[in-house]
Design a protein around this ligand. Structure first.
Ligand SMILES: [Cu+2]
Length: 297
């Protein structure tokens, strides 16, 4: 770069001191796109513009359908429209934020994730306050991939490996008033939560629940996500559920839930504290057992 070479040392030092990087001196035209790395360029490459975003969709009206927001620049500056909100910036901001990362890579319909709990199964009754292991069969998710949940939450697009979404799962247990409860639950409250950081063994993910659960009725659901903890995204609107939920009871007379072996990966739990997939929250609410490490991850 001749420009750089001709800058005198004192000038270069001055530029550095005032925070001007020679590399960031604006270039004219589209030089960035021709010579620079498009993954570091601040210029939108026309090749990735989704031209259909300019259409609000109302040219094909459907009763009750609302107009889409439109954009001719992939919404790259969208968060400027909500100036009162901070940029998510990799954090789990409880008061709300605006996230600028694109959705990313979407698999084919042949690779849509699905999961099903194998323990407890729907309708099971397990022994209350006794250790048990949640297990869940999962397909079409390259598990074991999770990023730092405190620094990189929603901080990168969904990615695939060999056509399969890279990611991990989580399980959450919510206490219900009864198995046939019809009122919505409060997502801020749960009896147990765990990020399943380890890769599936034989297609099955597991989570130990030390001490088990107090007597009661519960809903157990999966949260299948990409590496950056965002819910998995699939190519079509009409698809089967990408997650599972089962309903079960814990009571003193319940059968010990021992129909699955203990996890074979001893790091499944120990990996979590510093890489807590969904971090905060904590399981201190809901089931009454709260606090402690349970639910923290
Ligand atoms: Cu996660």
């Amino acid at each position: 770069m001749r420009f750089t070479a001709t800058i005198s040392t004192p000038l270069f030092v001055l530029l550095s001191l005032i925070g001007v990087s020679v590399g960031l001196v604006p270039r004219q035209g589209n030089g960035d796109n021709n010579t620079g790395d498009p993954q570091t360029s601040l210029t939108l490459d026309p090749k990735v513009i989704a031209s259909a975003f300019a259409n609000d969709g109302q040219d094909v009206p459907v009763a009750g359908q609302v107009a889409s927001l439109t954009s001719t620049n992939n919404f790259i500056n969208f968060c400027l429209t909500v100036p009162d909100l901070p940029i998510t910036n990799g954090q789990q901001i409880q008061s709300g934020s605006c996230n600028p990362a694109p959705i990313g890579v979407i698999p084919s319909t042949e690779k849509m994730p699905s999961s099903k709990f194998t323990n407890p199964k729907n309708g099971d009754t397990i022994a209350s306050s006794v250790d048990f292991t949640i297990s869940m069969a999962i397909s079409n998710l390259r598990t074991g991939n999770f990023v730092n949940a405190q620094k990189s939450y929603f901080a990168a697009p969904q990615q695939l490996d060999g056509g399969t979404i890279l990611g991990h799962s989580h399980v959450v247990v919510e206490k219900l008033s009864s198995l046939d409860q019809t009122t919505p639950t409060n997502p801020k409250e749960f009896a147990f939560f765990k990020g399943l950081n380890a890769a599936a063994q034989g297609g099955v993910l597991t989570a130990d629940v030390p001490g088990g659960l107090p007597a009661g009725t519960y809903r157990l659901c999966s949260i299948n996500t990409s590496s950056n903890h965002q819910p998995v995204i699939v190519p079509v609107a009409q698809h089967g559920a990408l997650d599972d939920c089962v309903y079960f009871t814990a009571n003193a007379g319940g059968a010990p839930a021992t129909n699955v072996p203990a996890p074979t990966n001893p790091t499944a739990s120990s990996a979590a504290p510093t890489n807590s997939p969904t971090g905060g929250g904590g399981g201190r609410s809901g089931g009454g057992r709260g606090g402690g490490g349970r639910g923290r991850r």
